[in-house]
Design a protein around this ligand. Structure first.
Ligand SMILES: C[S@@+](CC[C@H](N)C(=O)[O-])C[C@H]1O[C@@H](n2cnc3c(N)ncnc32)[C@H](O)[C@@H]1O
Length: 287
């Protein structure tokens, strides 16, 4: 399918635009989101129609008009072809996620990371998801593990509305508790020392919020799943750089920890990476 799309698009677009569309379009439910910074609107429409003819399930094509930005991690979107809408339902690992892509952050590219974390969750654990969006990590964990409870926090009222709908759609009301607000405030107020595992899927804030994640862990310790962005030249290791950053903050808190796993989740630009680090915090050990 990818080959067919590439062939169709190569007769329409310049090589720069071709690689932009081909390498970076996302399909969320029945909506395709394309990036075409240099193309005219006629070229964008032609590319959109080619995508719809190859991907029969795509009913709408939106053009990303501005990068993901701001506290709520939203992007500007303009309609290019098909039904004019921004709301859809995305299916991932047997879960359904209702989302408005103009009002909430959503990335299908994190699906493997979501399942990787779900597989690590042990029976009866309590999980705190500090940056939950429409609830993808929380619901996949609830569906694919024997978790006791996931506290699922987001600052964006629209994301929490969709999270509530997704909790209903996936019938995980007994396991996932949606919470609207700043995760630091909510943890300080009601979730200190409750978690076996804390999720931090927001690279822009994870380092600043790391002390708060530590305070959410039970007094016996636990795991923090940290996400960060790193720039690494060819001679540098992005995984070592993220370990050093995390270590500096945790050392300053005086907690014992190890980082047994770090991986690149995706590349976000030339020499830029989004990384996931699994941090094991051990309060019982004196540093
Ligand atoms: C990268 S998205 C989360 C992605 C989500 N976990 C998923 O799998 O789709 C980051 C989310 O953090 C939320 N956010 C930003 N600052 C926050 C804060 N201080 N407290 C809670 N949520 C916050 C944003 O509204 C956004 O929905």
């Amino acid at each position: 399918m990818r080959k067919r799309l590439r062939k169709t698009l190569s007769s329409i677009l310049s090589s720069g635009d071709l690689s932009n569309v081909y390498n970076s379009f996302d399909v969320v439910g029945d909506i395709a989101i394309i990036k075409l910074p240099c193309a005219s609107s006629v070229e964008a429409q032609t590319a959109a129609k080619a995508i719809m003819s190859v991907h029969r399930n795509v009913k709408t094509v939106l053009l990303q008009a501005s990068p993901v930005a701001g506290e709520l991690r939203l992007r500007g979107l303009t309609h290019v072809a098909g039904e004019n809408k921004t709301r859809t339902v995305h299916r991932e690992f047997g879960c359904l996620f209702s989302v408005d892509v103009a009002e909430c952050y959503f990335s299908p590219r994190l699906s493997h990371e979501r399942m990787r974390i779900a597989r690590l969750v042990k029976p009866d654990e309590t999980v705190v998801n500090m940056f939950a969006g429409v609830g993808c990590f929380s619901i996949i964990i609830a569906k694919h593990s024997k978790v006791a409870k996931v506290f699922s926090i987001d600052l964006n009222p629209a994301a929490v509305r969709f999270m509530q709908e997704n909790i209903r759609l996936n019938r995980v009301y007994d396991k996932v508790t949606p919470l609207l607000g700043d995760s630091k405030d909510i943890i300080n107020r009601q979730l200190r020392h409750v978690a076996d595992r804390v999720l931090m899927p927001l690279p822009e804030k994870a380092l600043a919020y790391l002390p708060c994640a530590v305070s959410a862990l039970k007094s016996s310790g636990g795991w923090i799943h940290y996400h960060g962005f790193e720039h690494a030249a060819k001679t540098e290791s992005p995984t070592e750089k993220v370990k050093l950053k995390v270590a500096a903050t945790l050392d300053s808190l005086g907690v014992a920890f190890e980082v047994p796993f770090v991986c690149i989740v995706r590349s976000t630009g030339p020499n830029w990476y989004q990384l996931a680090a699994d941090i094991h915090v051990m309060f019982s050990q004196v540093k």
